[in-house]
Write a protein that binds this ligand. Sequence first.
Ligand code: AMO
Length: 442
Amino acid sequence: MTARILIKNLAALENGTVTVSGWVDTVRDQKKVQFVVLRDESGAVQLVNPRNTDADGVVVADEPATTISALSQGSFVTVTGELKHDERVKLGGIEIKLATMELVTVAIPETPIAADSSLDKRMDWRFLDLRQPKQNLIFRIQTTFEHALRTYWVEHDFVELHTPKLMASASESRAELFEVDYFETKAYLAQSPQFFKQMAQSAGFGKVFEVGPAFRADPSFTSRHATEFTSVDAEISWIDSHEDVMQLHEELLVAGFAAVKAKHGDEVLALFGVEVTVPSQPFPRIPLAEAKEIVKSRGYEVPRDDDDMDPEGERQIAAYVAETYGHEFVFLTDYAASIRPFYHMRPEGDASVTNSYDLIFNGTEISTGAQREHRIDVLVEQAKEKGLDPEELGGYLDFFRYGVPAHGGFGMGLARVLMLMLHQTSIREVTFLFRGPSRLEP
Ligand code: AMO
């Protein structure tokens, strides 16, 4: 392999011969000199090629001038030349004076998408869309964020799980369930690792996490739903209440945001115009009923028959929290049992609410967490109350019949966090390859 240098590393080098490879971004083919902006996965650099003239001062058609004149945007080239530091060059104060250019692959000159193409069109041509530095940065941020969470988990003795995504029964509810043919029978795509991360508590793992796919047959076309998404899950034993889960959740987010700010803060500001803020602890906590009152006092009433908080309510409470506490996050707690799954624990003496929370970030839900009901008799009752057949839950209920510690955890949509962190309007922008009701390609 040639000693290719990443473009981002050029600035630190002394003047001298270098070889770089990349995509042709722009070409300025002038009479006396040619300029090419070349981009690789790390950045962009200007190439310069002064044209040669013959004895009469007429420009000659030699190499690499002829190749450059025919270059189409997106073509992939490898070039060698003399690196020169020159503060007058706008792009990073360096340029490469070309000696040779090898055309590796030629791009079709007419690109199918432009900066003003619709989101859907850009999704059709995602590999071209992702070549933009802004898009590329999103997935570097995702890598840094996930790495920081994983580091936290490993340092705190969590066990990583990879739970099956093919299941014999529903993992959340029978709604939004994908059914697939499975030999002589049917299987379902996992909506969440919920049952398995709880099983791990009964198995004595203590603290577990998983970052993996989850599937929801949600037919809606909102900006925050996908039919397949990456779910960030954690589950811990020996808790006193969902407060312990919230504390873990906060610490993880602080670790993730601190890492993103340290590594990409400047780039995020430059490309997205967004200042990444590391949240302060504790995050504000507001019981749902109180949150609804606050929202009402701001002039918006969550529909009366809705036990949940609707998207406008979430935006309103986030605005209140931003104004009052200067915080981008808020835990809404004590959700009504009527809208929570059967496995959420309810506080002693009040079966109408649950020991659960939703975490709202910049006005949108990014996570649900709860203490789980670990007492088998209560769990069976709650399942029946929700119209579930304990027979069908068979294997799951067994986890609670042989001794299980008090436990709780949360599930968090990775793309939702990125979308709200970078002030993007759609989950599609921050998902490598989005899956929705009408999108199965690319
Ligand atoms: P819940 O169903 O609230 O809880 O999901 C947890 C989080 O997952 C994300 N999410 C989605 N993201 C994109 N598209 C979707 N269709 C979608 N559905 C959910 C959201 C949501 O907050 N088992 C529980 C979690 C737990 O209690 O541990 C669960 O799945 O960010």
